[in-house]
Structures are given as C-alpha cells and as structure tokens.
Design a protein around this ligand. Structure first.
Ligand code: GDP
Ligand code: IMO
Ligand code: MG
Length: 428
C-alpha cells in the first residue's frame, strides 16, 4: 500500500495543484476528498495554463482514475463545464468518477451564499460565493441532495420541492428576493444527472480495494488548515475539513491506510478573503510579492493579501495534520528581498510571548508577530534542479524552517512549471 496525501498548510493557494500534478504521473488514483469549486488549482504544462476547480489536478497525467469522493460538494454544471474544457484541449476524461454520496450544490445554495455576503452590516467572510457553506449546512441538517438522487426522478422532485419551501420563504421574506421555481430546477438537475450518470459510482468500495491491493493513491486537499472549519481562524474559514483527518471521512478510507502526509506551504504567506493575518505586509513590499508571485485568486481573481512566513501557524498546521514531508513552493519569489523575515513567536495583547496558535480569532488581530531576520539572495534560482545549486542563503532559509518544525522539506518548488522542482528524496 502506498498512499499520499497533499494538503495546504496556510490559507490556501500554496501550489497544491502543481504538486499533485507532479506526483500524479505515478499514481493509480488521484482523489479529491473535500471542498468544491471554491478551489482553484493551477497547473502549467509548458506555457499552457490549466485551472482546476473540481477535477482532481491529476486529471492531466494520471493514467489511472480521478475520483471526486463523497466529502466533496459538487456543482454539476461546473463539473460538466470543466470536463468540456479539458476535452476541448484534446484530453480524455473517461477516467473521472464522482461518488454517489457526494452532495450537490443547488442554485439556492449559491444564492444564499451570495445574499449573505452582500448583506450590509453582516459579518462577511469573503467567500467565493460558490454555495459551499450552505451546501455543507444542508448535508449536516440531513436535507441535502446527493449525486445518487439526480438519478432517481421521484426522490429528486420531492427533495427539491421540500427544500424550496423553506428556501423560498427565506429569499422572499427575509432577503426580499424572487422565489425559485421547483419544476424548472427539477428538470434542469434531472438532465444534469443524465449527462453524468456513467460517472456516478460507489467510490469508497473501489478505493478500499485499491488500498488493499497496494495501489498508489494520491489524495488532493483543497483549501488549507488555516481555513479548516475546526482548526482554522473560525469563522473566517471554509466549511469543510481540509486536513489529513478529512481524508478518512471525505473518501471513506481508514486512518490506518494513510502513509505519506505531505504538507505544502509557500515560502511566504497569502490569504484571500477576510480574517486575521498576523504577518500581513500591507505595504510596498507586500505589493511587490503580489506582483512577482502573481498572487491573484485562481477562482475569483481577487488580489491575494501577502505577508511573511508565519511559523507559529505553520507548526499548528503540521501538528494537526501529522505532516511527515514538507513541500516549500515559490522560493523563487523571495529572490532579491533583503532581509527576509520569519515569524517565530507572537506577542499577545497583554505582552505575553507565545509560540503556539490561539483559538481566539478576535484576539489574533491584536497579536504582534515576533520575527527572526535571515539574509536573502539575489541569484535567479528558477533553473536550480538540485539542492546544491541553491545559493547558501536560500538553503539556510529552508533549513531554518526545517529546524523550527522538526520536519524535513522533501521538495522545493522554484517556478510554476511541472519541471521546476528540487526533489531531495524520492517518495514514490
Ligand atoms: P493551489 O490552490 O494550492 O493549487 O494554488 P494556486 O494554483 O491557487 O496558486 C498557486 C500559484 O502559484 C499558481 O499560479 C501556480 O502556478 C504558482 N506556483 C506554484 N508553484 C510555484 C513556484 O514554485 N514558483 C512560482 N513562481 N509560482 C508557483
Ligand atoms: P484552494 O484549494 C484560498 C477562502 C475564501 C474565504 C473562505 C470561505 O485554491 O487553495 P468559501 O467559498 O469556501 O465558503 O470561502 O475560504 N477560500 C480559499 N482561499 N484558496 C482556496 O482554495 C479557497 N477556497 C476558499 O476566500 O475566505
Ligand atoms: Mg488555489
């Protein structure tokens, strides 16, 4: 058995898509286990750019199967659009399958997400407005519509009618917006089910068989630990568990089957949407990092907030995930910055020095990061393919992170393209 889990350790957009693409060449299965089309995973193949939202990033070069497992929330329209986009580039998608248990994002989920975000004076999260939160709410409330329901006309009609009674009352009476038509929605989603029917299967059976047979299985996380519903900066989080723990419930495989837990972090830090960000650089340097690192949301196009590496939150993320292999991406973006700063502790609002992450999101706004300074480098590192080719100060930066976290960095990414990697140890 060889299982690999790739998860984000910061606030998303660490480069999980690129790493998953690289690792998927040797995988028999690539599996998404949570989130939905709020994710935007970028893969460059030469000059060609692919942004994957729902499809596992292994779709481009995995010779086995790409699975959207039960823990994902699926917008069928987005899925069909993405499949068409990939096929229009001459690639096959007949290896893509969706769990019968995965929940469906319905139009009322998207509207509810949007109306809440637009509500004046509310506590906006800065969501992607893809309906993620409302869909997971219905799943937990046991009123959700699952992929399997799209294939059963009677159940689908009944569920849509029942759900719309409550949702329409909310839309009309509270938000003062138009109601949705149940019959129209039923016809539309029945047709979507028909288009997807050959891909809707019991994924947990096949995945457990694959674990049993010792196949290479790669689980691809979306979002990241600092956006985790339990361990992130609640309520400024997403509505799922993007941690390694989320793999078990999100794909139906047991904890004993998980082996290589790979955590991906940028050499600095970014965040899209609202919420605390202790090491944020709201200045010219932050703007420079945004420009050089092309830090604009892959899903919404919003400029990403940028800041220094935060080792306090990174240690928290590694602890919750049990990371045993680190990937550091975008080291090339730090070239030419002097000095480099890394937060190793926080000073609390009452002057206490701490080196652990807090559960109090409100207090976090008043915490001051305490930095250690490291010397930078000026050499172009985007062509380096072995660790020895890196300038001494770039190596010192990597080793500083390793020493603080007590986990080794197995891959350093020095550019967006598939080949721009320094692999220090073969995992596969
Ligand atoms: P994901 O959501 O974690 O898959 O990350 P995104 O795709 O949203 O954002 C990461 C961005 O950084 C993408 O535009 C990638 O092409 C790019 N990228 C990934 N690794 C590197 C790297 O090592 N260097 C540079 N310069 N860009 C990278
Ligand atoms: P990938 O997989 C970065 C953020 C949103 C918002 C919060 C909640 O590309 O790393 P949601 O729509 O999920 O209810 O929004 O989470 N967010 C992401 N930020 N990368 C992502 O995905 C994200 N997915 C959601 O900006 O702050
Ligand atoms: Mg992204």
């Amino acid at each position: 058995m060889s299982t690999y889990v790739v998860v984000g350790l910061q606030y998303g957009d660490e480069g999980k898509g690129k790493i998953t693409d690289v690792l998927s060449a040797k995988s028999d299965y690539v599996v998404r286990f949570q989130g939905g089309d709020n994710a935007g995973h970028t893969v460059y193949v030469g000059d060609e750019k692919f942004v994957l939202h729902l499809l596992p990033s292994g779709v481009l070069q995995c010779k086995g199967k790409c699975i959207i497992a039960n823990g994902v929330v699926v917008n069928p329209k987005s899925l069909i659009k993405e499949i068409e986009q990939i096929e229009s580039k001459g690639m096959k998608t007949d290896h893509v399958f969706v769990s019968r248990r995965a929940h469906v994002i319905m139009p009322y989920h998207i509207l509810l997400d949007t109306y809440r975000e637009e509500e004046k004076g509310g506590t906006q999260i800065g969501t992607t407005k893809k309906g993620i939160g409302p869909c997971y709410e219905d799943k937990i409330a046991r009123v959700g519509i699952r992929m399997i329901d799209l294939l059963n006309p009677e159940v689908l009609r009944e569920k849509i009618e029942k759900n719309l009674k409550l949702k329409n009352a909310l839309f009309e009476k509270y938000y003062e917006k138009p109601a949705l038509d149940a019959e129209e929605m039923y016809q539309e989603f029945l047709a979507l089910g028909e288009l997807l029917k050959d891909r809707i299967v019991d994924t947990e059976l096949e995945l457990n068989q694959a674990v049993h047979d010792g196949r290479n299985i790669l689980f691809e996380g979306a979002q990241a630990l600092m956006l985790d519903i339990d361990f992130g900066t609640y309520p400024y989080v997403t509505s799922s568990s993007p941690s390694t723990g989320g793999v078990c419930t999100g794909a139906g495989v047991p904890p004993t089957s998980l082996q290589n837990l790979i955590g991906v972090a940028k050499a600095y830090c970014t965040r899209v949407g609202h919420g605390p960000f202790p090491t944020e650089l709201d200045n010219e340097l932050g703007e420079q990092i945004r420009k050089v690192g092309h830090e604009y949301g892959a899903t919404t196009g919003r400029p990403r907030r940028t800041g220094w590496m935060d080792l306090v939150s990174l240690r928290h993320a590694c602890m919750i995930n049990g990371i045993n292999n680190l990937v550091i991406t975008k080291l090339d973006v730090l070239t030419g910055i002097h000095p480099l700063k890394v937060a190793t502790k926080y000073k609390t609002e009452d002057g206490k020095i701490i080196d652990y992450f807090t559960s109090s999101t409100t207090k976090l706004y008043d915490y001051e990061p305490i930095y250690e300074e490291l010397e930078g480098w000026d050499e172009d590192i985007s062509h380096a393919r072995s660790y020895d080719e890196l300038p001494a100060n770039a190596k010192k930066y990597i080793e500083f992170l390793e020493n603080y976290l007590g986990i080794s960095v197995y891959l350093v990414s020095v550019g967006p393209e598939r080949s721009q990697n320094i692999i220090r140890k073969e995992l596969f």
